[in-house]
Design a protein around this ligand. Structure first.
Ligand code: FMN
Length: 412
């Protein structure tokens, strides 16, 4: 079902040349301030010291007791590899083709809301880094830069929508995404109601942020973020607003009284997705699937792909980790749609474990957001490079020459 292709999705991309062995270890081609960052985990440590407490808490946190957040990691840790040796892997490649487009790696950037408050021009930085490194970035619909601006800066970007409850507003939003030129629409379906994220209440985070002495103090203790991200944004672009939840501009990000209209999503159903399928001519991806029946349903209404995801543990606490259900979901839908996943991917080894269980593609959320916060576009490019090198090294050690060779056979 890969026939809904837009112009931006069919241009062939030249693949990046493979890294030489000398490229492993200290990276001299990245800015000096990023050279001590050796893994995605290092970006989290750096971001904790860079971001005000409510913002770091918003990104790192999850729902209730954070059981699903922890399970996402332990699921990867439980899986072990069974490498094959003495395979000639000199000509290996991690290039992956989905929706008619070849990407340089089998991973992309998951949608992360309000990224432009944590990173200067966050959505643009993420999208341009992805474009430069030939991977997809999914722009969040809960974002503070107009989608048209992001698409113009990086035309291969995918757009993620939370569907408005009201049908007329829903149609208008879809029409706007189409008019902006996006080729791939990701509809996130695991948020019928707001999740219970107690950590946000504890740290004083809300959307919009409410001005308070406490918030001001939190900002003042992070002067690099205050000057380099927040004040710079205010001076150069004015107060950020929720730009893309509807066809028209929404509430400001910082306000004593403004309220974001997110009501009425709890009555959405598969019929609404079917109507979107009829209206949207590009690739349609449904994000937040954890049940094989739902995966079959997505295929039957003509979706092109699904992202198996528990939203990084941020919605239903106790929701199963995607790795656990991937094999049965892949079995259920076969080649009817492109099965992708996210939640808990932190290493190249994790990317390969997800592929081995049947995913065609993997997305990563928090780590790329941390990279954008501390290093902007260069930071995200460095993060992509680290993950790419890990995939490349591990493919060599597994004896896999292509992503097609990363099957359940590589797992113990
Ligand atoms: C701070 C933050 C904001 C997010 N905002 C969105 C969003 O706007 N839309 C969406 O579909 N998913 C959103 N997600 C979920 C991610 O797209 C993704 O499913 C999740 O982060 C994957 O887990 P990981 O962070 O462990 O990689 C958000 C995640 C985080 C951490």
């Amino acid at each position: 079902m890969e026939d809904h292709l837009g112009a931006a999705d069919v241009q062939p991309l030249p693949l990046a040349p493979q890294k030489s062995q000398a490229a492993y270890g200290v990276k001299h081609d990245v800015p000096a301030r990023l050279r001590k960052i050796l893994s995605l985990a290092d970006f989290e440590t750096a971001a904790r010291g860079f971001l005000p407490r409510p913002l770091y808490g918003y990104i790192s946190g999850a729902a209730e007791d954070e059981l699903s957040l922890a399970a996402n990691r332990s699921a990867f840790e439980r899986l072990k590899f069974r490498p094959k040796v003495l395979v000639d892997v000199a000509r290996r490649s991690q290039a992956t083709t989905i929706f008619g487009r070849t990407y340089a790696s089998p991973f992309g950037i998951a949608p992360v809301g309000i990224s432009a408050i944590s990173a200067y021009r966050g959505d643009v930085a993420l999208a341009q880094a992805a474009q430069g490194e030939q991977i997809p970035a999914i722009m969040s619909g809960t974002s503070l830069i107009p989608m048209e601006t992001v698409h113009a800066a990086a035309p291969g970007t995918w757009f993620q929508a939370y569907l408005p409850g009201d049908a007329a507003r829903r149609d208008a939003l879809i029409d706007r995404v189409q008019a902006a030129g996006f080729a791939t629409l990701v509809v996130t379906v695991d948020i019928p109601v707001w999740a219970n994220r107690e950590n946000n209440v504890r740290t004083g985070f809300s959307m919009p942020l409410r001005p308070s002495l406490r918030l001001a103090m939190d900002g003042l203790t992070r002067p690099r973020w205050l000057c380099g991200t927040f004040l710079r944004t205010l001076i150069q672009h004015g107060m950020p607003h929720f730009e893309n939840s509807f066809a028209t501009r929404g509430a400001p990000m910082l306000s004593a009284s403004a309220i974001r209209d997110t009501t009425g999503r709890d009555h959405l159903s598969w019929e609404d997705i079917a109507r979107i399928r009829a209206r949207w001519s590009g690739n349609l991806v449904i994000k937040g699937i954890l049940h094989a029946d739902d995966a079959r349903r997505a295929a039957s209404i003509g979706a092109d792909g699904i992202i198996v995801s528990n939203h990084g543990g941020r919605q239903l606490d106790g929701a199963v980790e995607p790795l656990q259900v991937l094999p049965e979901i892949c079995e259920a839908v076969g080649d009817d749609l492109v099965v992708m996943m996210d939640s808990g991917v932190r290493r190249g080894a994790d990317v390969l474990k997800a592929l081995a269980l049947g995913a065609r593609f993997v997305f990563v959320g928090r780590p790329f957001m941390y990279a954008a916060a501390v290093g902007g576009e260069a930071g995200v490019r460095h993060a992509i490079g680290l993950l790419r090198d890990e995939v490349d090294r591990n493919m060599a050690m597994l004896g896999a020459r292509s992503v097609e060779e990363v099957t359940s056979d590589v797992l113990a």
